[in-house]
Design a protein around this ligand. Structure first.
Ligand code: HEM
Length: 440
């Protein structure tokens, strides 16, 4: 079949390689897709793409009974009380890194911003999730893994687009080397890792048909999920704050106020502790973060029809689906809808605040929206790491602004690089220099 495109009421119909893709454009219809998780499946599609990208055997072939369900159960370690524990570890690891940075930054230090966010967030996330080799070269091992990760990540959009890895230069070699870091004999040397990674390891051990390399490839895939989006999202949050002095001042005020009111001292040698409630109450910080997520997230939520059926939509509309057809939600359109967000291309750090509290009511055409901000996906494919991700980014910004004076060192435009459109958080098209100095 030739590719083609047609219009379907309020949905677009796209035809690609003989398979129809219906884009649901109207956010009031999202709920009809999201709640229909029986007929509109997601995992088979994700499994196909992830197993090819990260080089492990597909789960859906029946070879590994219940593995998918068992892995999903483990996501409980990213919520509730376990979330507090892992967030505390992340805070401690971030502080160690910032303390080290502080010892270097007695006068203005200049660095590239993306590189900075990548180095801090990668190391802190890695140590929090997987632990660290206690020997002196612990930093070195993580830096090596990070550098390979960056190379692999540059090829990620091509792999996701099904380009054979053999055509992507050194990517295959780099991926193999990365996976080798996660072989059991290497992972057992890392101390102080998280429960979620330990629980995944325990589950893999129960599957005899999973080879050592396959297990390592699963660990690598989880690493990618945990930092692949968090690093660029942290970059955008920091970049927009530095571009908007009024936003930076408001967020810094909020941070200083919290430190003061909880009797905590600012400075790299003091241990800062933030409870879940305190993190949650940083409304300016959260709003600024949400605003940058609104502007830089571009994930497509895809579902695949499991049978021929008619999907009923609001207003007596319906879409006839054949088995194997795709339905796609593309929240970036909602995020940029001027009916929902006034001047959507403008960064307004307090967009998600109303009367000093979190704003959660947004309207389109006078009607209240159930979904208005969806950087973490939806329904059955919603990101299980979303609470940790928000905490991590808040803690990064908190420590950065508590310890340092920070400003841009270059005056150039940074734009979204659209090559990851549909795949998550977009990267910047160029890196930009910034300066930081210990606050007096
Ligand atoms: C800003 C940061 C993050 C963003 C924007 C993000 C976004 C997403 C999205 C949109 C999905 C669904 C993908 C799809 O529909 O195909 C997803 C899945 C996933 N995310 Fe995140 N994520 C972030 C951080 C994290 C973190 C910190 C972790 C773990 C520590 C994590 C773990 C995962 C996992 C394991 C999945 C796959 C879930 C499954 O098995 O179905 N993510 N993420």
């Amino acid at each position: 079949m030739q590719p083609g495109c047609g219009c379907f009421g309020e949905a677009f119909l796209d035809r690609d390689e003989g398979r129809y893709i219906t884009f649901i454009m109207d956010p009031f219809q999202y709920v009809y897709v999201i709640r229909n998780s029986k007929q509109l499946e997601f995992h088979e599609f994700a499994d196909k793409m992830a197993s090819k990208t990260f080089d492990y055997p597909a789960l859906s072939k029946g070879k590994f009974p219940d593995l998918k369900e068992n892995l999903h159960r483990i996501y409980q370690y990213l919520q509730g009380k376990p979330l507090d524990i892992i967030s505390d570890h992340m805070m401690k690891n971030l502080q160690d890194i910032f303390e080290w940075k502080c010892s270097q930054a007695t006068d203005w230090e200049t660095e590239k911003m993306y590189k900075f966010c990548c180095s801090v967030m990668f190391e802190a996330s890695f140590v929090t999730l997987y632990g660290r080799v206690p020997a002196a070269d612990g930093h070195k091992v993580i830096s090596e893994i990070r550098d390979k990760f960056i190379k692999f990540d540059a090829s990620f959009p091509y792999l996701a687009a099904n380009i054979p890895i053999e055509l992507l230069g050194a990517t295959k070699k780099v991926r193999k080397e990365l996976i080798h870091h996660f072989l059991l004999q290497n992972m057992t040397k890392w101390l102080g890792g998280s429960k979620v990674v330990q629980a995944r390891q325990d589950i893999f051990e129960k599957y005899e048909l999973l080879g050592d390399y396959d297990k390592a490839a699963h660990h690598f895939a989880f690493l990618w999920a945990s930092v692949g989006n968090t690093i660029p999202a942290t970059f955008w949050a920091m970049y927009y704050l530095l571009r908007h002095p009024e936003a930076l001042a408001a967020v810094r005020d909020e941070i200083d106020h919290l430190l003061q009111s909880t009797g905590q001292k600012r400075g790299p040698t003091y241990n800062i502790h933030l409870t879940r409630e305190q993190l949650d109450n940083l409304v300016y910080l959260e709003s600024a973060l949400n605003e940058s997520l609104r502007m830089c997230s571009s994930s497509m939520n895809i579902r695949i029809s499991q049978e021929d059926f008619v999907l009923k939509l609001e207003g007596n509309q319906e879409v006839g689906l054949r088995k194997g057809d795709w339905i796609a939600l593309y929240p970036q359109i909602l995020h940029m809808d001027p009916e929902v967000y006034e001047d959507p291309k403008e960064y307004k750090f307090d967009r998600y605040i109303e009367n000093g509290k979190k704003k959660t009511t947004f309207y389109k055409a006078g009607r209240k929206l159930k979904y208005f901000l969806m950087p973490f996906g939806s329904g059955i494919s919603m990101c299980p790491g979303r609470f940790l991700a928000m905490n991590e980014m808040k803690m990064f910004l908190f420590l950065l602004l508590a310890h340092f004076d920070v400003e841009l060192a270059e005056n150039k435009a940074v734009r979204l690089d659209n090559s990851r459109m549909g795949l998550g958080i977009l990267l910047p098209d160029v890196d930009i220099a910034f300066r930081y100095k210990l606050r007096s």
